[in-house]
Design a protein around this ligand. Sequence first.
Ligand SMILES: C[S@@+](CC[C@H](N)C(=O)[O-])C[C@H]1O[C@@H](n2cnc3c(N)ncnc32)[C@H](O)[C@@H]1O
Length: 314
Amino acid sequence: MRALPVVFISPAGDLASPIPEIPEPTRIETFVPKAPMKALDMPVLCGLAGLNVNHGPANPSLRPAHPESPDTTARPSTLGGNPSPGMSVLDVGCGTGAITADIARIVGPNGYVLGFDRDESLLHLARRDHMIPNLRFVQGDILTFPLEGRFDVVTAARTLQWVSSPEAAISQMRQAARSGGKILVLDYNHDNNSWEPDPPNEFTRFYKAFVEWRRVNGWNNRMADCLPALFQSQGLQDILVHMEDELARRGDPDFSAASSIWVNVLETIGPQLIAAGFLAERERMETESVYRDWVQDQLQIQTLQMRAVEATVP
Ligand SMILES: C[S@@+](CC[C@H](N)C(=O)[O-])C[C@H]1O[C@@H](n2cnc3c(N)ncnc32)[C@H](O)[C@@H]1O
């Protein structure tokens, strides 16, 4: 009988029903943060000199997949190739669970995957759409959820870009992994996204507002570049950075889906920018209309700068 790779103590009792073929835990462990995390100075941290980071070749396992995902910030990729059969994996910020389900299929019946997200409405869709025996979904906030684990791999795809204390999230991810296990984070540098040719002024104005709104909320617009230093600050080893830019080129089969991301953002996140005073509804509507036409007639290449960073827990 395999030991349960992690025990979550959830007020909502998410693990009340037993996981098929995995016995109930014999030991209950709770992660209690030892001390409040000191806020790290992000620009300084990102610029740490002498950081021993290997820039590995592009990892073919982190391939684009699931263009149907409703996630608004990006076309999803998958972290699914890194785990192997029999492994236990925790996927932080799993959203609607498309990547998580891929991972569950890869680890197979001898493995175990837990999708974790704070948004219950997304988890509802994940549970409905991905009924796989070795896959469970649990609701919680990665910054506060009491956890200690022995997962082989802990992943987070496009999640830390929305977390204002990414160092605390990485610390938690480390707590959830076994010694010798892997931490694997996929994220963006929104400051470096680019379009060829230059987008219309309306979109440039909107994109500046988007990036500024993120900054004011404490979300890092160079999250991907900061990951190696954050990993190092949490004592992770063998840090490896994979270039994983998401390119949408006119003529690609998925050009239409990939290039519609920002229309999606305008529709779903636009109202939040308006509520926060970064944009007017009239500007949002105008931008959406102008941008749609420009994508249809002129956009050649959209590059979303993404990195996948992996490391080992000592
Ligand atoms: C852009 S989606 C990524 C979904 C999926 N991983 C993918 O790449 O397609 C980011 C997800 O992170 C979740 N998230 C953000 N902050 C979180 C937190 N503090 N704790 C848990 N989940 C969080 C959001 O609810 C959302 O589902």
